[in-house]
Design a protein around this ligand. Structure first.
Ligand code: ATP
Ligand code: MG
Length: 344
């Protein structure tokens, strides 16, 4: 069966939105609006898998929404909303908790990284997170999900869950008139030079909201001085930039700064090396500061303006949630019929 093409993605309102979120996800959401119906969610239910201060959660939810709008997402033509306003996410997640196998979740590297050594003490939600993510995507039967490289494994799990649901309930799916498969096998869209931006302090660690060091990331709300200072202090090696991309293999910090430059400039590492191959880091970093400030300052300015009007932001979210709910409730009716739940 051919599924209607639809894009879904989400960002957690856990604070410190950074350049990795922008280059790996939010900036990628924008051009997709031209060819797809898009649903962009602020995934507040994912955020509480790790305890959040309630006032901060509200603030961060509005800030991620502001970042979406400031980056160029059109909430009138597409859907922007926060997850907890559409109860279908939680409902479908429960069904998927019963479809996903323990062994599948045990392989998830994000859980291992986030739980660390203190596994007994993390929330059940943190462990079940990928089943909720599958529900987010499949509640809208989305066919494409733009994400950073770190989310690839979760999108693969989403496909496994869709496949198992389609197989486990095949006769019922068919009997209810949905043909061979109810859920699509969603494709991750992980493209471009900046799918995994690394920490500015350690080229082997992902740039992350939750890194305790603010120097490790460029926040979307950083001003020009902060951006300049962080880039100038970013870890590098003592050699000039190479001429060939293959010579970046053992140089994670150089590779990362080139990926950031290429991502911001909308070009490739190869192109950047054609210009900067043989240059010292001091010269390259100066150019990277200029480019970063030029690209990020207008977004920061617009975010600042938008967050001052929470009434407007909340109206965008509730309008988006109404439209999301209309799609979600059709999916949930069908899922309930397929699974065998009595409904009115
Ligand atoms: P947390 O540390 O709380 O998990 P996060 O920085 O990973 O925060 P998320 O909200 O989990 O942010 O992810 C939002 C989107 O940003 C996802 O598509 C994710 O793949 C992408 N993303 C996160 N970090 C990076 C990064 N360093 N480089 C590229 N993309 C990233
Ligand atoms: Mg994350």
């Amino acid at each position: 069966m051919a599924f209607k093409e639809r894009v879904f993605s989400g960002v957690q309102p856990t604070g410190n939105l950074h350049l990795g979120n922008y280059l790996g996800a939010i900036s990628r959401f924008v051009p997709l609006q031209e060819t797809y119906d898009c649903i962009y969610c602020v995934v507040d239910m994912h955020a509480i898998t790790v305890w959040q201060d309630p006032a901060e959660l509200l603030r961060n939810t509005r800030e991620v929404t502001a970042a979406y709008l400031a980056a160029g997402i059109d909430a009138t033509k597409h859907i922007v909303f926060n997850q907890s306003q559409v109860s279908g996410h939680a409902e479908l997640a429960w069904v998927f908790n019963c479809v996903a196998r323990l062994g599948w979740l045990n392989r998830m590297t994000q859980f291992k990284e986030k739980a660390g050594k203190d596994r007994e003490n993390v929330s059940v939600g943190l462990y079940a997170y990928p089943a909720l993510m599958a529900a987010d995507i499949l509640l809208y039967r989305a066919t494409h999900v733009p994400v950073g490289e770190d989310q690839k494994q979760h999108v693969e799990l989403t496909r496994d869950i869709a496949q198992k649901f389609n197989t486990d309930f095949a006769p019922s799916i068919h009997a209810h008139g949905f043909g061979e498969a109810f859920f699509p096998l969603t494709e991750p869209l992980i493209q471009g030079p900046a799918t995994r931006i690394m920490s500015l302090r350690d080229g082997t660690k992902k740039m992350s909201k939750s890194d305790p060091s603010d120097q490790s990331r460029i926040n979307l709300t950083d001003d020009a001085d902060a951006i300049a200072l962080k880039i100038r202090r970013a870890k590098t090696d003592p050699h000039p930039l190479p001429h060939e991309e293959k010579d970046l293999d053992a140089r994670p910090e150089a590779d990362n700064l080139l990926g950031i430059y290429a991502g911001l400039a909308g070009t490739t590492r190869g192109e950047v090396l054609r210009e900067f191959g043989g240059a010292q880091f001091s010269a390259f970093k100066a150019a990277l500061v200029d480019l970063s400030v030029a690209k990020l300052s207008p977004i920061a300015g617009e975010m600042k303006r938008l967050v001052q009007d929470p009434v407007y932001i909340d109206s965008v979210l509730s309008d988006g949630a109404d439209r999301a709910r209309a799609i979600a409730s059709e999916t949930m009716k069908a899922v309930k019929d397929i699974v065998g739940f009595v409904r009115r």
